[in-house]
Design a protein around this ligand. Structure first.
Ligand code: AVI
Length: 324
C-alpha cells in the first residue's frame, strides 16, 4: 500500500517562485535548479530518455542491479528498512527489493518531490508481496529524516541513491550531501550509491542531445512548467537546448539558449527578465567520476566503500558504502 506524506501545495509553489527568481536574477550566468525538471511531464520524459539508445546510463544501472542484487544485499544486517532518494518510477529498485524479500518482509520508503513518480513507483512494485511501500513527497533530506525517525530499535537502514543523480550536484555539494545523509544514519547502515563514470566526450554529447530531441523536450519543459505554474510567458520557440562538456570539471552541462534578445514576464514570481541573443540559462550539470575516486569520496564523508560493481557496456558503477 502506498501512503503519501505530502508538502502543502502553496509552500512548494512559493518555493519554486523564489528559486526561479533567485536563479534568473543572477548577474552573470542565469541558472535554474535541475530538480525542477521533474514535474509530471519532465518525469515522463526522463523515463523515455532512459530508453534512448544514446543514453546508456539507466540500462547500465539496471543491469548491475539485476545481476548482482544478491551480492549487494548480502552484507546488510536484517531486519533492514529501505529508503530511496529520488525514487522516480523505482524500476531498478525492484531487483534489490526482490533480493531482500527472499530474506525478510521489507518496508520501502521512496522519497521524491514528484507525487506522480511515487504513484508510478507503487504501480511498478505492486506485485512484490513481501514489500510494503510508504512514500514521502519530500526533498531528499527531509524525507530521510522522517524515515530515520520511524525506524525501530535494532533495524538497519539501507539508503539507495541510484541512477547517477549524485552527478547532478557540484562536487563540493556532493560531498556535503553525502555528509548530511551520513548524519541521519547510524554506524552499520549502508548507502548504495550509483555513479556515472567518465567516457568519451562524443558519447556524452549525443547522450544529452539525442537526435530524437527527447532531452531537448525534457529541458524545454522547464520553461513550459514555469509558464504553467508561475504564470510566465516564455516562448519556447525562442529557446534552444544546448549541451557542452567541461573537461576541467568533468561534467556535461545542459543550457537553454535564448535565440533572440527578448523579455519575459513571470507574474507569480513578480519578475521581468531580459535575455540577450545567445544568453543561456544553465539548467543541469551531470558530473562524471573515475571509479577509483569513489572510495576516497566515501572516506572523507563518513563511509567506507565496501564493494563496487561495474557495467561493461556503459562505464557506470554501483558502490556499496558502509556508514562508519
Ligand atoms: C537524473 N540524472 C542522473 C540524469 C543525468 O544523466 O544526469 C538527468 C538527465 N539529464 C539529461 N538526461 C538525463
Amino acid at each position: 500500500m502506498l501512503m503519501l506524506a505530502q508538502t502543502p501545495l502553496e509552500d512548494s509553489v512559493a518555493q519554486f517562485a523564489a528559486d526561479v527568481r533567485a536563479g534568473l536574477e543572477k548577474p552573470k550566468q542565469k541558472e535554474l535548479p535541475s530538480k525542477y525538471l521533474y514535474d509530471a511531464v519532465g518525469s515522463a520524459l526522463f523515463e523515455v530518455i532512459g530508453l534512448l539508445p544514446e543514453y546508456g546510463l539507466t540500462r547500465a544501472g539496471s543491469r548491475i542491479l539485476r545481476h548482482h542484487a544478491e551480492q549487494i544485499v548480502r552484507p546488510l544486517r536484517t531486519p533492514v528498512l529501505v529508503a530511496e532518494l529520488g525514487s522516480g518510477s523505482a524500476k531498478n529498485t525492484r531487483w534489490i527489493l526482490e533480493a531482500l524479500g527472499r530474506r525478510q518482509l521489507t518496508t520501502y520508503h521512496p522519497i521524491d518531490i514528484s507525487g506522480a513518480a511515487l504513484v508510478q513507483a507503487e504501480r511498478e512494485l505492486d506485485r512484490l508481496d513481501s514489500v510494503s511501500i510508504v512514500g514521502f513527497e519530500r526533498e531528499y533530506l527531509d524525507g530521510l529524516r522522517e524515515v530515520a525517525a520511524r525506524r525501530a530499535a535494532g533495524q538497519g537502514l539501507l539508503v539507495l541513491f541510484l541512477g547517477g543523480t549524485i552527478g547532478n550536484f557540484d562536487r563540493p555539494a556532493a560531498d556535503q550531501f553525502l555528509r548530511q545523509v551520513r548524519e541521519l544514519l547510524l554506524p552499520g547502515d549502508h548507502l548504495l550509491l550509483s555513479t556515472d563514470l567518465e567516457k568519451p566526450e562524443k558519447d556524452l554529447l549525443v547522450a544529452y542531445d539525442d537526435p530524437a530531441g527527447v532531452t531537448a523536450a525534457f529541458n524545454l519543459n522547464l520553461l513550459a512548467r514555469i509558464n504553467r505554474e508561475l504564470g510566465a510567458d516564455f516562448d519556447l520557440d525562442r529557446f534552444e537546448h544546448v549541451v557542452c562538456y567541461d573537461r576541467a570539471e568533468r561534467r556535461i552541462e545542459m543550457h537553454l539558449c535564448s535565440t533572440v534578445r527578448q523579455s519575459v514576464r513571470i507574474s507569480r514570481a513578480d519578475l521581468g527578465v531580459t535575455f540577450q541573443a545567445g544568453e543561456t540559462i544553465w539548467t543541469e550539470s551531470s558530473h562524471k567520476y573515475a571509479a577509483q575516486e569513489i572510495p576516497r569520496i566515501a572516506a572523507r564523508t563518513g563511509y567506507r566503500c565496501l564493494s563496487q560493481w561495474y557495467d561493461r557496456e556503459w562505464p557506470f558503477a554501483q558502490n556499496l558504502l558502509l556508514a562508519e
